[in-house]
Design a binder for this molecule. Sequence first.
Ligand code: 5AD
Ligand code: SF4
Length: 476
Amino acid sequence: MSMINNDAIISFDEIKKQKEYISLVREILADKFYDKAPKAFVHTYGCQGNLSDSERMKGLLFEMGYRFTDNNEEADLILFNTCAIREHAEDRVFGNVGRLKALKEKNKDLIIGLCGCMVQQEHIKDKIKKSYSFVNLLFGTHVSYKLPEYIYSILTRGQKVFDIESNLNKIAEDLPIYRDGSFKAWIPIMYGCDNFCSYCIVPYVRGRERSRSSEDILKEAKQLIDSGYKEITLLGQNVNSYGKGLKEDIDFADLLKKINDIDGDFIIRFMTSHPKDCSKKLIDTIAKCKKVSHHLHLPVQSGNNRVLKEMNRKYTREEYLELVEYAKNKIPDISLTSDIIVGFPGETYEEFCDTLSLVEKVGYTSLFTFIYSAREGTKAAKMPDNITHKEKTVWFKELTDLQEKIAAKRSLDMKGKIFRCLCEGKGKNDNELIARTDGNITIEFVGDEENIGKFCNIKVTDTLTWIVKGEIIKEN
Ligand code: 5AD
Ligand code: SF4
């Protein structure tokens, strides 16, 4: 059905072909492993988008007959779903891949695969080919639905598979998903990014923006809610671009409303919103829709207009603050979070101070802070950068100290209040559980494990900077 509404969908025949490969691989593996199932170790680096992609690749592996293990030493297939957002993420992958060589030496049949954003880059693919010859499977972000075909080729021909097709820009529907959680789920609503922020590698490795049909998204959401899921997080690099290019007339606010209208007791979260496309209509919709969480992740990146322009963010500090004011007026208990880059090329200390003042003004619940990392192929990587890493670390600390003060005050304001939370699991201390408020703040409390996966009302009893303690007052 979605094909009618969406030119970006991979053809029915191509999906059917992959399903045939699934059956073929299942037979081969059943033959090869007879009385025991082959084991796959899938490790995901990076963002929620990658976690969601891994769930889809695990769905394919599961259907092929693989079962999952956390121990790479007993694995027959090792798959790393990689991240390219900062250099540090790539270094970690290289380090961990290097350590797999010994496993391959012990087991010649071991399939070692790399996929995701990092390997979508030509220079990384070449480096892997040259220096990590024991890797026998490498595929990019556009073609992960072909995993059954790749495994089939390796099992039958013993050849290496390297495929980083970069112009596909399509969406694969109607393939199995193996979900990591039983009450919290990701639903990707759009893929890719067309914004080309000057520091960011994502538009190069994830391709052009494309949205899933509302029909496919709603079908997935309904299935999840019917099977007891309590929290759904809608994912996209820029969810506010949702709907562009679809034949149906729909935007992100319309989609939120449709999901909100599904029967059931559940919470809807989403990320990420680009401030340049975050409409007042969206904020009004969040205010109106009971199931949509009062949390808005609105990455500002910098509080200085010159830096924002160089970053190609397409909004000013004033426009951002106006949006925040609008959101605070419409939704008084809105919880705002953000991403910030410290030490963008050419940024001066005075300009960085504008970021500090903006952070103070907005009063974020929490921040994801990053020291700028040059990414090959991006515009910013060619910009002169005179500030040393050491100096940037000092600025970074100034920012995190400030945020710590803001968070401490916000936590203190919670004391004595009651929050409806979803209980997520065990805490660090014995008998303690953790629950998350609508505004995305974690509360630790003493409670019975039976509460996990359920909504409960929790009264905040004590607060430290990042830790909020509470007690359960009513189960429902
Ligand atoms: N260096 C540092 N941080 C970056 N981000 C994206 N690219 C870079 C980079 N080159 C950050 C941005 C983005 C978040 C997901 O990662 O803040 O919002
Ligand atoms: Fe990167 Fe900007 Fe796209 Fe976000 S909006 S993924 S920061 S290019």
